[in-house]
Design a protein around this ligand. Structure first.
Ligand SMILES: [Zn+2]
Ligand SMILES: [Zn+2]
Length: 350
């Protein structure tokens, strides 16, 4: 089968990653499932993998391996103990293969599985390929007739936004002003979720006017352009001078966190939820106590949350905008994402 594999870090996408022929994956465990990939989401994390941002955190995986962690398709083959799945069923895969037995799994916090395996990230082959080997526990069966292609980005971008919005909900009341930073693959989704799941006033913040218009189409109440001051002036205007009660930061690189600390409500209890990464959040301890600032981290989301999201999607209440590229155009798809030219999410189709 064809697969896009990482051979070398810190090279242009077309050199770091190569489209090659590899043997089809084989069932080796009774709980294995082989999925014929219909769509694989193109994620900023894929760019960060090529840039070696994750290399040490992932224990320096052996190269080459196939990347791609936002996968949806059709069941191709199942292991001997798998029941309830048949060849041809449309499915989406939770990105982490979990054991189901450890304490984290048993408490529903499966993203922290002690034996978790992350295809496409940790050296295990992912979904930029024709077939993916995963395990029964990752699979969510979609309604018969569902086209899995546009759903692929829900597997990571979708649940990451959903998990972060759920973390924000206890701090949101009618009148709460929530700023969504970065209207990309995750942010455009968070805007919709906030409108569906809360009475928040949603303010979209981005450096790009086209994305702000997109956010308005998705239901944002107000928009703010991040100019040289990171959007401080426009967010203060958009919030009537009071500042944001809750900030969901899908960027969190460079100076973005320090700007956020300045356009958050200064008088009391603002909440800053970090979803992007790369920068440093450094409020003083005096500021933290005197303003009662909450700083909360958020990563991906659970299997159960992905099922909840599939239900919201089935109800037609949320939607990921996707642009498809043939698998062989992976370099172009990554370049477009890197240049900020993809509205919503790119999806590779083998
Ligand atoms: Zn991702
Ligand atoms: Zn586990």
């Amino acid at each position: 089968m064809k697969a896009v594999r990482l051979y070398e870090y810190n090279r242009p996408f077309g050199e770091a990653l190569k489209l090659v022929n590899v043997p089809d994956p084989k069932i080796t465990s009774p709980t294995d499932v082989i999925v014929k990939i219909a769509g694989a989401g193109v994620c900023r994390t894929d760019i960060h993998i090529v840039q070696a941002v994750w290399r040490d955190a992932l224990g320096n995986p052996n190269l080459p391996y196939t990347i791609g962690h936002e996968n949806a398709g059709f069941v191709e083959e199942v292991g001997s103990s798998v029941t309830g799945l048949a060849k041809g069923d449309p499915v989406i895969c939770h990105p982490l293969m979990t054991c189901g037995l450890c304490r984290a799994c048993r408490t529903g916090y499966d993203m922290a599985c002690e034996h978790g395996v992350f295809p496409g990230l940790d050296g295990t082959d992912g979904g930029y390929a024709e077939y993916l080997k995963t395990s029964e526990r990752t699979i969510i069966k979609l309604a018969p007739g569902t086209d899995p292609v546009p759903l692929a980005p829900f597997a990571d971008a979708g649940i990451t936004a959903y998990h972060a919005v759920k973390k924000a909900l206890p701090y949101i009341y009618a009148g709460t002003q929530v700023v969504v930073v970065g209207i990309g693959g995750l942010g455009h989704f968070a805007v919709q979720l906030l409108k569906v799941m809360s009475p928040a006033t949603v303010i979209a913040l981005d450096t790009n006017r086209e994305r702000l218009t997109f956010a308005e189409q998705l239901g944002a109440d107000r928009v703010a352009l991040a100019a040289d001051d990171g959007g401080i002036k426009e967010v203060l205007n958009a919030t009537g001078g009071s500042g944001a009660d809750v900030v969901l930061d899908f960027v969190a690189e460079n100076d973005t966190p320090s700007y956020a600390l300045q356009y958050m409500r200064q008088s009391r209890g603002a909440t800053y939820i970090v979803v992007g990464y790369g920068g440093v959040v450094a409020p003083t301890t005096l500021d933290m106590i005197s303003k009662e600032i909450n700083v909360i981290g958020s990563i991906v989301g659970s299997y159960a949350e992905l099922t909840e999201l599939m239900e919201l999607n089935r109800q037609g209440r949320v939607h990921i905008s996707s642009t498809t590229f043939p698998l062989s155009d992976y370099e172009h798809a990554l370049d477009e994402l890197d240049a900020g030219r993809v509205l919503g999410r790119g999806v590779l189709v083998p």
